[in-house]
Structures are given as C-alpha cells and as structure tokens.
Design a protein around this ligand. Structure first.
Ligand SMILES: [Mg+2]
Length: 206
C-alpha cells in the first residue's frame, strides 16, 4: 500500500493497538500466583462478571475488581494494584509493531483514536503502555458504543480509520465518510471493497 501522508489517522485500541486478551490472561495469572488460587476459579468468576454485561465494552475496571475480590474473598486493594498499576502489563500487551509504526506515521500525519469502552480505562491503556503522546487530544473519539452516529458524525470527514473488527469496518465504510482499513491478523480473508492489512507495520511499508 502507499505510505500514508498528511492524513488524520484514527486507531481502534483493543485488537488493533492493544492485545486485551493477552492483557487479561496475564493479569489473571498474576492474581492466581499472588493469592495462590486456582486459575480455573479466577477464570470462572471473571466469566461470570462478563456474562452480566450487556456488551464487553461496558467492562468497568473497578466494578470488575470488586466483583472478583468479593467472590474469591481476597483483598480488593491488592487485586487493584496488579490490575491498574503494573505498567509492564500494559506495555507487554501492545502488539509488537505498534510503537515503530506510530513513530513513523506521526511525523507526517495527525494521529487519533476511535475506540469504545470507558474513556478513563481506554486512555489508561494508552498512557501505561507509553503511546498516549502519539495522539492529538482533539482526535480522540471514545464512546461506550463506537458505532453511535453521535460519535461517528463528530469524526473528521476523510479520516483514515484502522480497526480489527469486521462489523465495525463494514458499517463505517457504508457511511462513505471515511477511508477504512481493516486489520485482519487472524486469517487471510479480505474484503472486496475495504483495504485489508495483516499487521500494523503494513501501514508504513510500501
Ligand atoms: Mg478492536
């Protein structure tokens, strides 16, 4: 693909910049080691928390930790410290090519975020992993449901949007307001009308 230049480029967070699945597994493993409890037990309780959510994007860190601490009868404050304050966990959850790609793109483009979830947690992932400063405040778009027209209509026309979610990219593409790039790390599938890349580094290699 052609190198991106002088554009507004908005990145999804989970599954695009940040491997939230890896982060979750790593944190749960640390919980089990710290409290000497069975991983299966931690995973079962975590799943129960998620089952009660209308959408995964309603995940709320404090509520999750409180739920876990209550069900497992362990200390909330210690769990919280592991979850929220361990910078290393966030850094390790960045996909390998993220920092290098953002570093190159930021010199010729304006970078931003297009993500869903609780704003404070989404921004925390970026700050703890060390990439928040790549993004301009006015181009950070975060909502609990990212496809809400109130959000998408507020995003600059013709922005390049990079997202790993097929449903999101198809829906956004249908608005014809943006240049969509689908990041598909998991298969060789491509979309006929939407540019597809296999890894983030493909944005900077011609
Ligand atoms: Mg995503």
């Amino acid at each position: 693909m052609l190198p991106i230049r002088k554009k507004i480029v908005l990145f999804d967070i989970d599954g695009t910049l940040f491997d939230s699945r890896f982060f979750g597994e790593r944190v749960r493993t640390q919980f089990t080691k710290t409290f000497k409890i069975d991983l299966v037990e931690v995973e079962n309780v975590s799943s129960k928390y998620f089952e009660n959510l209308e959408s995964g994007t309603d995940f709320h860190p404090q509520a999750f930790i409180k739920f876990l601490a209550g069900k497992l009868a362990i200390k909330n404050a210690v769990l919280w410290k592991i979850f929220w304050e361990n910078e290393e966990n966030y850094k390790k959850a960045l996909y390998p090519e993220v920092t290098k790609t953002l570093c190159q793109l930021v010199t010729n483009n304006k970078l931003g975020i297009y993500s869903q979830g609780f704003r404070k947690f989404q921004l925390h992932k970026l700050s703890q992993s060390g990439i928040l400063d790549f993004f301009q405040k006015e181009y950070i778009f975060i909502s609990r449901r990212k496809l809400r027209p109130s959000l998408t209509k507020s995003m600059p026309e013709s922005s390049v949007i990079v997202d790993n979610h097929p449903g999101v990219v198809e829906k956004l593409n249908s608005t014809k307001r943006f240049n969509i790039i689908w990041l598909n790390r998991i298969s060789n599938e491509k979309m006929a009308s939407i540019q597809t890349i296999k890894k983030l580094g493909d944005l900077i290699t011609p």
